[in-house]
Design a protein around this ligand. Structure first.
Ligand SMILES: Nc1ncnc2c1ncn2[C@@H]1O[C@H](COP(=O)(O)OP(=O)(O)O)[C@@H](O)[C@H]1O
Ligand SMILES: [Mg+2]
Length: 154
């Protein structure tokens, strides 16, 4: 599936609205692939009203929402070793009422919560405004809404 930015954002918002917690989503792709764009859209859908700056320095930013769910946005690009995860409170992450989104989740090595989605984003070489989306299910994460490319996003 290939989505432009508005389509990706509207899918992300629907994920944020609909997904049951606890939910863990790994976002994979190179710099500029759209991981943060998708994470912010999911956060907005889940009810985050604050800005969601990049967590690349803090590594982890947490938001509460009026729906009672917690949105946790993690970017592990600057993680030097999976050992540093425990300083972030990793042992209890992605549980309860949390929607956890992890950019560069591969850097967590084997320490990603068991049940999660991996959403891979990549830019086709001949199309700078769209992204190819690849979805993998690991274990038994809660259902992810499917894409719907509506006329709204055209
Ligand atoms: N279809 C698309 N989906 C997501 N981002 C897109 C798309 N087309 C262009 N972009 C642009 O690509 C950039 C993605 O940035 P960002 O989400 O910060 O990447 P990452 O977090 O993966 O490093 C943004 O500048 C965005 O405007
Ligand atoms: Mg990012």
């Amino acid at each position: 599936m290939r989505l432009d930015e508005l389509e990706l954002e509207s899918w992300g918002e629907r994920i944020g609205i609909k997904i049951k917690t606890p939910a863990v989503i790994a976002l994979q792709g190179r710099l500029g692939a759209g991981k943060s764009v998708l994470a912010r859209a999911i956060g907005r859908g889940a009810g985050v009203t604050a800005d969601m700056p990049s967590p690349s320095f803090n590594l982890l930013l947490r938001y509460s929402t009026s729906s009672g769910r917690e949105v946790v946005h993690v970017d592990l690009y600057r993680l030097r070793s999976p050992d540093e995860l425990w300083e972030l409170g990793w042992s209890a992450i992605g549980q309860g009422n949390e929607i956890l989104m992890v950019e560069w989740a591969d850097r967590a090595g084997p320490f990603m919560p068991q049940d999660h989605w991996i959403i891979g984003l990549s830019a086709p070489y001949d199309d700078r405004s769209r992204r190819d989306i690849e979805i993998k299910r690991i274990g038994r994460p809660p259902e992810l809404p499917s894409f719907r490319t509506s006329s709204l996003s055209k």
